[in-house]
Design a protein around this ligand. Structure first.
Ligand code: NDP
Length: 386
């Protein structure tokens, strides 16, 4: 049976891998809507190739360019934040949220509020507004299916009927490109170095988050909201081969894991086809050839972003939102060449120390805290600009 699919962030790394799966499986999905922020050519090409009904561009100034690129196709167009929400609201079976950053919050909430089945890759939305998003999903009947490979792995081996039997969720972490570097060596790394992930090919922001280990911190908070087993039952272990995508330990001492080659099309396909399983072109796992799987504890002194995220998760309320906003500002400044790699954790720590945190009960409050944290983080960037 054909299911309708909307992809928010269709021109990115996750979005384009999802479209690759759509193209390989004719008749399985009818694309309802696609969105991008500024990549008009990429969005128009994807919309034409997939037979989408609606294409929306986040930058309102680019509407004319999108209309021109899609002229004669019969594909409806929209632009600006409201059009991204319209894409999420249009009737459809599955919404893949693959926008990067807190910019995904509005469109994700639009999908949640209409009770959609959501394949969620946009972890920042859960980090900054987890309690609001999960409460809204409960009220509307929306289903959240994790796309992040770690959470998808946990989802596959989690006892959804008896979560009380879960002793621990163990998120694996590749360690990123700088796993063996000292703090002194990290002072001089470039954006290119940071984006050169040893295992995964991803967008720039998540690649840098992987290099600071903030990505794993954001994933801890994401796991806390998707699998509410308690903060003390979440753990992280470094696993450089990225073959074991995460594990669930049960009360009897059994540990269940999901393994696979590091190809995002596996978790994307799982979420988009759920509850079915479909074939993917991912390389089959050859354990004899891999031969060794290794594990080690994370080094929180060399990678303080993971500790900052852990602390923000324990503080709850607005702290994760402040952490996320400061990190987005700091990473953007690093990409722009304004600050160094080691400034990222300092900017996040200083912002957390300066922005008052408290409880968060609504999206409006999340948006206000996000704004305040970005303003403070911008000041912190300016103080360090080279
Ligand atoms: P990319 O940077 O590759 O793509 C981001 C997408 O979001 C693009 O379509 C981009 O449009 C769009 N976008 C960017 N900014 C905005 C904005 N302000 N408003 C609306 N749309 C916007 O990111 P990834 O695909 O790497 O990551 C997407 C999400 O998935 C992130 O939250 C990431 O953490 C998560 N994730 C990614 C994985 C991966 O393998 N890449 C793995 C697991 C999770 P445009 O092209 O026009 O800029």
């Amino acid at each position: 049976m054909t299911r309708t699919l909307t992809i928010l962030g269709a021109t990115g790394s996750v979005g384009s891998q999802a479209l690759d799966l759509v193209a390989r499986n004719p008749g399985r999905w009818q694309v309802e809507a696609l969105t991008a922020n500024s990549d008009v050519a990429g969005l128009a090409a994807a919309a034409r190739a997939s037979g989408a009904r609606f294409a929306a561009i986040g930058d309102a100034a680019l509407h004319g360019a999108l209309q021109a690129a899609l002229s004669g196709s019969g594909i409806e167009t929209g632009a600006g934040p409201a059009a991204l929400c319209e894409a999420a609201q249009r009737p459809g079976d599955i919404v893949l949220t693959a926008i990067v950053g807190a910019a995904g919050l509005g469109p994700t909430m639009a999908a949640v509020n209409r009770g959609a089945t959501i394949a969620i890759a946009n972890k920042e939305t859960l980090v900054c507004a987890g309690p609001v998003v999960t409460a809204a999903a409960k009220a509307s009947g929306a289903v959240l299916l994790p796309v992040d490979s770690e959470h998808n792995a946990v989802f596959q081996v989690f006892d959804h009927d008896r979560p009380d039997r879960v002793a621990k969720i163990i998120l694996t972490c590749s360690g990123g490109p700088f796993r063996t570097r000292s703090r002194a060596e990290l002072a001089e790394v470039t954006v290119k170095d940071a984006c050169n992930h040893p295992v995964w090919s991803m967008g720039a922001k998540i690649s840098i988050d992987s290099a600071t280990l903030m990505n794993k911190g954001l994933e801890l908070i994401e796991a806390h909201h998707l699998f509410p087993v308690g903060l003390d039952r979440l753990d992280v272990i470094i696993h450089p081969q990225s073959v074991v995508h995460s594990m669930v330990e049960y009360v009897d001492g059994s540990v269940l894991a999901q393994l696979g080659s590091p190809d995002m099309r596996i978790p994307i396909a799982y979420a988009m086809a759920w509850p079915d399983r479909i074939a993917t072109p991912a390389t089959r796992l050859d354990l004899a050839q891999i031969a060794n799987l290794s594990f080690e504890a994370p080094d929180l002194a060399r990678f303080p972003c993971l500790q900052l995220a852990w602390d923000a998760m324990r503080a709850e309320g607005s702290a994760p939102c402040i952490l996320n906003a400061a990190n987005e500002v700091a990473v953007a400044a690093f990409i722009a060449g304004q600050v160094g790699f080691l400034d990222i954790d300092t900017i996040v720590a200083e912002t957390l120390a300066r922005v008052a945190s408290g409880p968060v009960g609504s999206i409006e409050e999340v948006v206000e805290i996000d704004r305040a944290a970005r303003a403070e983080a911008t000041v912190q960037v300016e103080m360090r600009t080279r």
